[in-house]
Structures are given as C-alpha cells and as structure tokens.
Design a protein around this ligand. Structure first.
Ligand code: KIV
Length: 283
C-alpha cells in the first residue's frame, strides 16, 4: 500500500528522532528518482535558475517558472513533502503579496509548503502565511537571493556578532511558525548551536554534520552541473560525463550509418512490399 505524503508537522516532529534527507528536484522524473531514493522532502529550489535555466544566479527566477516546475515535481511524487522556493521579490515587498504568491504555489502547483530566505525582517510575512494555512520553511546563512548585498557566494556568520544575529533570526523564524529551517554555508559550530537551540529541524547545506538533515542540489550530487562547485558539494556520481560519452557515441553512429540497426527498424510484410514494388513498376 502506498504510504501517504509526509506533512510539515511530520517533519517538525522528526526533530531528534531521525536525520532528514532533502534533495532538490525540478521535474517529474527527478522527483520520482529522488523519492525512490528515500528523500523526505523534495525542494523545488530557485537553484532552478542556475542548474536548469542557465542563469548566473537565482535572482531572475519568476513565479511562472516556479509554478511550472513545482507542478511537475508534485505530479512526479506521492510520498515526499514538496516544498517550493518563493522566488526573489515574490514575498519581500508586502505581507499581501507573500500570502497571495505562496497560496498560488499551493493552489496551482499543489506543493505542500514554501521556502523563504531571510530573518526577522520577513517574520510578518511568515506569520501571515502560516495563519493562512501555508507551511513555511525558513532559510538563513548564505541566502542566494541576497547575493548582490552579500557581495558573492560566501560563508556567513564567521564572527561572534554575526553568529549571535543569525541565532536571533533563527529563533524569530521558529517563533513566527516556520516548520523547519535551511542553514546554508555556515561554520559547523554555528549550525550546531542553532540546531541545539531551535525547536524545529535544521537542514544543512555547507553547514556541517550536526544539522537535523542535509540537502544537496540534484545536479550537484549526480555530477550533472558543470559550473562552479562549492566545497560543500559531494558528487555521488558523474552522470554528466556518462551523458556526454553516450551522446557522442550516438552522434558517431549516426554519422557512420551504424544507427539505427535492424533491431531498431520496422519491416513491411513481404506480400505488401511485392504489391508496392509491382504497382510502382506498372505506373
Ligand atoms: O535553491 C535551492 O536549491 C536551495 C537549496 C540549495 C537549499 O535553496
């Protein structure tokens, strides 16, 4: 019997009991693969912009793009919790916009939760979305939507003052109702402290081994993304190289005439072929 989908409360309740596996996904096929591997959460990250759409960062990703890809991930899965990133400027400008856009992701793409980047400054939006019945995951540390303000993709909270500020933001997000929190690119000691203090699970990426779960980008962990690889990425396969080799072999076989072979072709019944050829001779 197919087990029912995990819910945001299930994820919160898992704190201290088991480590959470989070994998990003951007289409139905990837969702099916990640879910079959046992992912608890499928994150339709706005990393979509970089690993799928060829953009240099996540800033240009739109609501339409997120809706399109998130709907595919929902269709391609049945057990994992599907969380969609809210794209840059879909929630920062006002509480109303945040609720409307998050609601659209739930209504149209049928995701079960959304993720937002930021600390205390977005707590009014988090509270309003949670009150509207929308589970919200937070994201602190290196928040790629702030790449211009942060001056690049860099490790965050390296000083005691910055780490205390991050801990305050994390507590504020939990109090505002977030069910889980992504911690990206932090010293392992800071992530450990936040994980210890917080009542909700932390999901680390470049934040050490003490988090309650870990997330990696699908393309990074399978070796499909050939752009910049941060130190925190572990490649569990080299599918990019395998794909290049297979595609090159196809191109060579097409040019040499070795593909398609008889086993990839269809035959006409011999009597129909005789009829065809004789009728062509007569005409
Ligand atoms: O966009 C994304 O894929 C993310 C994860 C890396 C946490 O936010």
């Amino acid at each position: 019997m197919q087990r029912k989908r995990l819910t945001a409360p299930d994820i919160t309740a898992s704190k201290g009991n088991r480590r959470l596996v989070v994998i990003t996904a951007y289409d139905a096929g990837q969702a099916g693969l990640a879910e079959a591997a046992g992912a608890d959460i499928l994150l339709v990250g706005d990393s979509l912009g970089m690993v799928v759409l060829g953009q240099e960062d996540t800033v240009s990703v739109t609501m339409e793009q997120m809706l399109h890809h998130a709907a595919a991930v929902t269709r391609g899965s049945g057990k994992a919790l599907v969380v969609a990133d809210m794209p840059f400027l879909s929630y920062q400008a006002s509480v109303e916009e945040a609720v409307r856009n998050a609601g659209q992701l739930m209504k149209q793409a049928r995701v079960q939760a959304v993720k937002v980047e930021g600390g205390g400054e977005i707590c009014p939006q988090v509270r309003a979305m949670v009150s509207a019945g929308i589970p919200v995951m937070g994201h602190l540390g290196l928040t790629p939507q702030h790449v211009a303000a942060l001056g690049g993709f860099k490790v965050q909270a390296r000083t005691a003052i910055a780490a205390k500020r991050l801990l305050r933001d994390a507590m504020a997000l939990a109090e505002a109702g977030c069910f889980a929190l992504v911690l990206e690119c932090l010293p392992a000691q800071v992530a450990q402290l936040v994980t210890r203090e917080l009542p909700i699970p932390t999901i680390g990426i470049g934040a050490g081994a003490s988090c309650d779960g870990q997330v990696l980008v699908f393309h990074d962990l399978l070796g499909l993304y050939e752009g910049f690889q941060p130190r925190f990425v572990k490649r569990y396969a080299e599918l990019g190289r395998l794909a290049r080799e297979a595609l090159t072999e196809f191109a060579q076989e097409v040019r040499s005439g070795n593909f398609p072979g008889p086993e990839h072709s269809f035959d006409m019944a011999p009597e129909e072929l005789v009829l065809l050829l004789s009728s062509l001779e007569e005409s």
